[in-house]
Every structure is written in structure tokens, then in C-alpha cells.
Design a protein around this ligand. Structure first.
Ligand code: 26V
Length: 824
């Protein structure tokens, strides 16, 4: 109903064309004769942005008047990808835009392709935040995202001679999707000292004084919901020198250079996204980023709350703040500081408010990813916050001691301060103590955090504080946008696009599993998606792949725990097998294309070695005449969100093969299955729940279980460690130099042969190869294969991020949607 009455913006292609022309001629100051695809993209985006902002205003007003509880999602990463296609689809005007652009002489696909990805994230954690924003808006939740406006997103990856090279991602040249709010600024303090004093009532008080000030400037990005006028806000903070353009004192005294240097130093804070995924390096600039963003966001949230003139005790009824991993944990300390130092509340009163406001989501159990900050660093940068942390810790440990007076070791184990040299602040422990709920991101992961890294805290706080919310993905981007033809086919059989808002409607597809016409269309769509990817492969790597071959895809950040090395060793094993067969025997084999993609953290040398090996294997295999179409090995450069939208719909099989117990959830596994691809995976993360939903006959599971990993590792180190014979053959071949200089790969092989094989590659290799054989066989029977795909898609409803957001809303935030009024 709302669509008809959306008063502002265009409703017809003619209106849209007028808007585009107006923007070309005025905003961009160009003539239509001089309008290239870049200008057409800008103008089309501005036309949609204008429309979004009208709805954004209405949504904000509605939320203010309704005076209900809001959700704030604090994340250092929002991996948004492209906005134009998403905006057109969410507001339901893509067809009008396509027709309008056609009239103006453009193909909409080319215009969409002009957009630079907003790549403000590393991988799964950042993309999850982006999916959540889409669901929050689509479900009409009053919610804001808060993040940093990095000038440089995740680096662009180039492959040069088989090696990864990083190129800076400068993306802000012209970004039509953001609104600078030069009037919304916050002064952020760093360094300085704490002055203790007695107030008029004789109460001990503390004041944080001196140091330096950096300005935070708000940039707002509108987030349109799908099929609702609700348009939420993502507020990104940018850093700027506090004293305006220059420090005039220095400027006037002739010290021009150092005044410019000061300004640059301030702007450095929001300059660059840290490209590490699952590795904490404890850099001061990163802590500065965290405090800068947290302090600006909290100031904003508190300012909004204060306008309601409510008592502080009502704060948790009005505000829910979710901590996306430990990165925003300083918010706990900052809110406590605001309440006791600035607002004059008593400690206990303040702490009750703080700890009922926050929820904390853990995204990893890998010890090297758990954030710790050195106490001396803290002391220097945030002296008052360190004091408050010590106090939080003191009260916490006192309560633990009262509850468990006999357990002397317990205090040291759960202390927020690690008694190391130097002492360290354990951010995850601070987040747990400062939150009312802690959640993991898949069932296995949530069980693991309760029984391993956070075990003591379950005993202290009781099991109810810990919960699970299995991750999800937005079907708008990951089905409707990425795979329009499949979306259309599903719509044609389920009565329209309703499934995009209630993904369980996909269930209705089960009844078409034997429908000949439906199956034919299904297969055609998959084939067309593979042709599209084959073209992309040809254009970017110059390798020709056969779209009829089985496409086997592993795309995700490169990490030893994700085991891309096992995949490429498996590919080498396949290559050696092919080479040993007669031409006659080779004819019986199923052709395969092994496709890899993903970035290695710039300092993660082993991950870079894996990329190098994949490329070298490709160079040998792809030109081997004995092999031909039977095997091709592709490394796709610069995997990102917009490339994922092309790659994911084209898979027959995708690989999710992490060592059991290491991948918290995984979300691309969900995207691949939703797009009609089957998966090979370990019993890890969300693979387990995917299996439960789609049926174990529809997934290729293999490998050791999480519960056995510890014993196996122990055996590697203290018992004998024999390498799987097939894997040993692969190693022999690498050492012979078949794939280039063997020395380049000795550390990769050595990690498995000589250094304990921490990720159990050898232990899982045999069943991995066997399972790949089962896949070859299964793929030969296309009828059964397609049945598996259809049934899987039909059963994926659970993995919508809408389900996931509703669970957070109910069990953690206690907020309700605010439905927009029907207009007219
Ligand atoms: C930690 C650090 C430490 C400091 C430097 C930068 C940095 C960046 C990220 C992290 C945390 C990494 C945790 C993470 O990304 N977890 C992933 O979360 C996904 C969404 O829940 C989940 O699907 C993946 O399985 C999980 O690896």
C-alpha cells in the first residue's frame, strides 16, 4: 500500500529520466552530450539517494515521535559492497530505472558496474553487519549502525607472477551514498591525566584533563529496507583536526609544516581499515580508532536519550547496544565514565545501567584473534578508562571471591587484567562482565565458547547469560540481486516475491522437485550463471573454462584454518591421477574447474604462500595437453562483495573445509546453498545446522570432529605422526619442483610434515579425497544432482538474516518493529 503513496521522488521512467538529467546538468555540471557511464552512474545514484533521504527523514521522525527503544549496532566493519543495485531493488524501482536508462542510451548492467564497492570490512564479520542492516531496515526495526568512515577500505589484491600484491583502496573520490553532517561533530580526547578532587558534597571525584582533542564528523549512509519505506541510518565517523584547518598559533609563528602535520595526524585515525582477519597485533593506532569511534557514537546515543528528558534508570529501556566482537568494548567503560564522572551517578547505579544496555557477540575462538591491550599503552592513551577498568575488575573479582571463596586459581583465570609482562587488558572478559548477554554465531560455536574460552564465566554468571544466535544472510542481496533469474523462477512458482521477506516460503519449492519444466529452467539458470562466470574468468585470467564442467569454488579469506592448502593439495592429487591414466581411462573422468579467491592479510606470510602455490599449480595444469578440459585451476583476483555476486550463483560445489571447531559459523556456505550449489564441508560452524535443515543426503560432509581435535593434536606432538600416503605423493611432487621452486613451498609442507600439522590437514586428507570422488560420481547423475539442489534451496529458510535479527530483537535487545503508517 505504501508504494502508491510515496509522495516524493519518481514513479515513472520519464520522471526518473528527468531526475537523472537534472543531476547530470546541475549537480555534476555536465551536459547530456558529455554524459559517460560514470556520470550516468553518479546521476542515477543521486536520483535514488534523494528518494531515500525523503524516506530516511520520515523514518527518523517516526522513531522520535514513537519514543520507543532503539538498537545500536557497533561494528568496526561494514562490508556493504555496491549500493545502487541494492537501492533500486529494495525500493522496487529497478525496472523503471532500467527503462529510463535504456531511453538515455545506457545498459543498466554497465551503469551498475561503474560503482566502486564500499569495502569497509575484512570478511564474514563485516559482511554479517551489512546483512544485519538490511534486515533491520526491512523488518522496520528502529536501528542505527555506527562505524568508521575509512578513507581506505580493504586493499585491492593484484596477482603478479603468482604473488599477491596489495594496492590501496581509495574509494571516496565521489561517493553519492553518503551525507556529510558537518554540523554533527564530537570532540574526542586522548592522552592527558586524571585529576582527583572532592566535590561540594565531599565525594571523591575524578576528572580527565589535558591531552589532545580530535574532531569526529558524522557521515550518514541511508539504508533502505526491502518493500517498506523504512530507511535506517548507518553513521560513519571521520576524524579531523580539532582546531579547524590549521593550528593558528603555529601557523602565525611560522611553523606551517608542523601545523599541517598535526592535521594529518588527526586524519590518520580514520584513514585505514586494518586488513587483519583473525589476528590481533595490538597497534596503538587501532586502539585510537576504537576509542574515537566508540566515544563519538556514545556521545551521539546519550545526546539522543537526553532529549527525551527521562531518568537515567530508563536508559536500558530506551537503548540496546550490540558489540560486534570485542572491538567496541571500550563503550562499556566510556558509558560508565559518562555516568559517574560527567553525570554524577553513583558507581552501582551506573553499572546497573551499563551492564543492562550491552550485548556482546563473539565471532571466534582462535586465541590469536582475541584482543588484548597492554596496560602501559592504555595508561598513556586513556588514563581514566584504565582506572575504571581496574575498578570494574575489582568489584567483579570481589563478587567472584564471595561466590567461590575456596577457588584461589579462579580469580587469576577470570581477571580482566592478565598478570603478564607487560600486563594486558583482556577485552573479551571485559565485554562479558559489561554485558547482559553473550552470544556465539552458530550452535557448535556457542557450545564451544561455553565449554572452552569462557567456561569459568558460565560458572560465575550462570548459563542463561550465554546464548546462541546462528548467523544468517539477506536473501535480497544474496538471491534476488545476485541471481535475478533464480529469484524470478522461484517467484513464478511461489506466488511472487513474498519469499524475500519470509524465506520459509521456499518450502513450497519441494513440490516442484519432480516437475520437468521447473527442473529444466533451474538447470538453464545454473548453466547461464556458469557461462557468466566463465566469461569473467576469460576476461581476467585469459583461461578458457568449459561451463559444462563441474565448478568447484572456494572463496573466502586465505587462512591456514580454512585449509585452502588442503584444497590445492587435493587438486594436485587429482592432477597426478589424471597424468597416470591412459587416454581411454581419462575419457571416463568428470571435468572440473577448481576456482579459488580470497585475500591474505599483508603480513600473513603462510597465507601468501598458499596463494602462490595455487597460482603455480594453475600455470602448470592449465597448459598441460594431457589434461585439457578435465582440470583447470583458477585464482580469481581481488575477491570482494560485487565479485561474490557473480561467483556464488555459478557454483556446483563450494568448499567449507575448516578444521572442525575453528570456523565460528561461516556465511558463504549459506549463500552458496541458497543459490542452488551443493557443498563439501567439515562438521564445523553453520555447516552442521545447514545439514540438519537440508538433510544429510544433500551435503558432502567429511573429516574429524571438533571433539577429537585436541587428542589428535596431542598425538601429533607427543606420538608418532605419519603423513597420509596420497598427501605424501603430493609433497614429493612439490619437492621435485613440478610447481616451481620447491623452496618457496617448504614452509607450507613443513608445517604439516615437521611442525605438528596443527590444522589436521593430513588427518583429514584421505576422507577429503574420497568425498571428492563421491562428488564426481554424484555429478554424473544430473537428475539426482538437481533434485538435491532444489530440495536444499527449499529448506534454507532458516538462514535468512531476518530470522537471525528477530532472535536478537527478542532474546537480547527486547525491541519491537515500528511499522510505517499506511499512506493514503
Ligand atoms: C579480530 C581482529 C583483531 C584485531 C585486528 C583486526 C581484527 C579483525 C577481526 C577480528 C575478529 C575476527 C573474527 C571474525 O571475523 N569472525 C568471523 O565471523 C563471521 C561472522 O560471524 C563468521 O561467519 C566466521 O566464521 C568468523 O571467522
Amino acid at each position: 500500500a505504501w508504494k502508491k503513496y510515496a509522495a516524493h521522488g519518481f514513479k515513472t521512467k520519464e520522471d526518473f529520466e528527468k531526475e537523472v538529467v537534472r543531476h547530470v546538468e546541475t549537480t555534476l555540471a555536465r551536459s547530456m552530450f558529455n554524459c559517460d557511464e560514470g556520470a550516468a552512474y553518479s546521476a542515477a545514484s543521486l536520483a535514488f539517494r534523494d528518494r531515500l533521504i525523503t524516506e530516511w527523514n520520515r523514518t527518523q521522525q517516526r522513531q522520535t515521535f514513537s519514543d520507543g527503544k532503539r538498537v545500536y549496532y557497533l561494528s568496526l566493519e561494514f562490508l556493504m559492497g555496491r549500493a545502487l543495485d541494492n537501492a533500486m531493488l529494495n525500493v522496487g524501482l529497478k525496472t523503471i530505472a532500467r527503462d529510463g536508462l535504456t531511453d538515455l542510451g545506457f545498459r543498466i548492467e554497465d551503469i551498475i558496474d561503474q560503482e566502486h564497492d564500499a569495502a569497509l570490512g575484512n570478511g564474514g564479520l563485516g559482511r554479517l553487519a551489512a546483512c544485519f542492516l538490511d534486515s533491520l531496515a526491512s523488518l522496520n526495526y528502529p536501528a542505527w549502525g555506527y562505524g568508521l568512515r575509512y578513507r581506505y577500505g580493504i586493499f585491492k589484491q593484484e596477482i603478479v607472477d603468482g604473488y599477491q600484491v596489495e594496492v590501496p583502496d581509495y574509494w571516496l573520490d565521489f561517493n553519492p551514498w553518503e551525507f556529510p553532517r558537518h554540523d554533527v561533530t564530537v570532540d574526542i580526547q586522548f592522552y592527558g591525566h586524571v585529576r582527583k578532587f572532592q566535590d561540594a558534597q565531599g565525594k571523591q571525584q575524578a576528572s580527565w584533563e589535558g591531552g589532545e582533542i580530535v574532531k569526529a564528523v558524522a557521515y550518514d549512509v541511508p539504508i533502505p529496507g526491502f518493500d517498506t519505506p523504512a530507511t535506517n541510518n548507518l553513521r560513519l565517523w571521520s576524524s579531523k583536526a580539532a582546531s579547524g584547518e590549521f593550528d593558528f598559533q603555529k601557523f602565525n609563528s611560522g611553523d606551517y609544516e608542523s601545523s599541517v602535520a598535526d592535521q594529518q595526524r588527526a586524519e590518520t585515525i580514520s584513514a585505514v581499515l586494518y586488513p587483519n582477519d583473525n589476528l590481533d597485533r595490538g597497534k596503538e593506532l587501532r586502539l585510537k580508532q576504537q576509542y574515537f569511534w566508540v566515544a563519538a557514537s556514545l556521545y551521539d546515543i546519550v545526546r539522543r536519550f537526553k532529549k527525551t528528558k527521562r531518568a537515567w534508570s530508563e536508559f536500558p529501556d530506551q537503548v540496546a547496544i550490540q558489540l560486534n566482537d570485542t572491538h567496541p568494548t571500550l563503550a562499556v567503560v566510556e558509558l560508565q565514565r559518562i555516568l559517574i564522572d560527567l553525570e554524577g551517578l553513583e558507581w552501582d547505579e551506573a553499572w546497573t545501567i551499563v551492564s543492562s544496555t550491552f550485548g556482546y557477540t563473539n565471532h571466534t575462538v582462535l586465541p590469536e584473534a582475541l584482543e588484548k591491550w597492554s596496560v602501559p599503552l592504555f595508561q598513556n592513551l586513556l588514563p581514566r578508562h584504565l582506572q575504571i577498568i581496574y575498578e570494574i575488575n575489582l568489584y567483579f573479582l570481589q563478587s567472584v571471591e564471595r561466590k567461590f571463596p575456596k577457588e584461589r586459581d579462579l580469580l587469576g583465570r577470570v581477571s580482566i587484567i592478565e598478570e603478564s609482562q607487560p600486563k594486558m587488558v583482556r577485552m573479551a572478559y571485559l565485554a562479558i562482565v559489561g554485558s547482559h548477554k553473550v552470544n556465539g554465531v552458530a550452535e557448535l560455536h556457542s557450545d564451544l565458547i561455553k565449554t572452552t574460552i569462557f567456561k569459568d564465566f558460565v560458572k560465575i554468571f550462570g548459563p542463561d547469560k550465554f546464548t546462541n544466535v546462528t548467523n544468517g544472510i539477506t536473501p535480497r542481496r544474496w538471491l534476488h540481486q545476485a541471481n535475478p533469474r533464480l529469484s524470478e523462477l522461484i517467484a513464478s512458482r511461489t506466488g511472487g516475491l513474498g519469499f524475500l521477506k519470509d524465506l520459509n516460503i521456499l518450502n513450497e519449492l519441494e513440490k516442484f522437485v519432480d516437475d520437468k519444466e521447473f527442473r529444466k529452467e533451474w538447470a538453464e539458470i545454473k548453466y547461464a550463471n556458469k557461462v557468466r562466470l566463465a566469461k569473467h574468468i576469460k576476461a581476467t585470467t585469459d583461461v578458457t573454462v568449459n561451463p559444462a564442467a563441474l565448478f568447484d569454488i572456494q572463496v573466502k579469506r586465505i587462512h591456514e584454518y580454512k585449509r585452502q592448502q588442503m584444497n590445492i593439495f587435493g587438486v594436485i592429487h587429482r592432477y597426478l591421477t589424471i597424468k597416470n591414466l591412459s587416454p581411454e581411462e581419462r575419457k571416463k573422468l568428470a571435468p572440473r574447474v577448481s576456482i579459488f579467491g580470497g585475500k591474505a592479510a599483508p603480513g600473513y606470510w603462510m597465507a601468501k604462500t598458499i596463494i602462490h602455490l595455487i597460482n603455480n599449480v594453475g600455470a602448470v595444469v592449465n597448459k598441460d595437453k594431457d589434461v585439457g578440459d578435465l582440470l583447470k585451476v583458477i585464482f580469481l583476483e581481488d575477491y570482494n562483495v560485487s565479485k561474490a555476486e557473480i561467483i556464488i550463483p555459478a557454483s556446483d560445489i563450494s568448499e567449507h573445509i575448516s578444521t572442525a571447531g575453528t570456523e565460528a559459523s561461516g556465511t558463504s556456505n549459506m549463500k552458496f546453498v541458497l543459490n542452488g550449489g551443493l557443498i563439501i564441508g567439515t562438521c564445523d560452524g553453520a555447516n552442521i545446522e545447514i545439514t540438519r535443515e537440508i538433510g544429510e543426503e544433500n551435503i558432502f560432509l567429511f573429516g574429524n570432529l571438533a571433539e577429537d581435535v585436541e587428542d589428535l593434536r596431542h598425538a601429533h606432538t607427543y606420538g608418532s605422526h605419519t603423513i597420509d600416503p596420497d598427501l605424501a605423493n603430493v609433497f614429493t611432487e612439490i619437492k621435485k619442483g613440478t610447481f616451481g621452486d620447491a623452496g618457496a613451498f617448504s614452509a607450507l609442507v613443513g608445517a604439516i610434515e615437521d611442525h605438528g600439522d596443527y590444522y589436521l590437514v593430513s588427518d583429514d586428507f584421505n576422507t577429503y579425497i574420497q568425498t571428492q570422488g563421491l562428488i564426481d560420481e554424484a555429478y554424473k547423475n544430473q537428475d539426482e544432482w538437481i533434485s538435491k539442489c532444489i530440495l536444499s534451496v527449499a529448506r534454507m529458510g532458516f538462514f535468512s538474516s531476518d530470522r537471525c535479527i528477530n532472535e536478537y530483537a527478542e532474546s537480547i535487545w527486547n525491541v519491537e518493529p515500528l511499522a510505517p503508517e499506511k499512506r493514503g
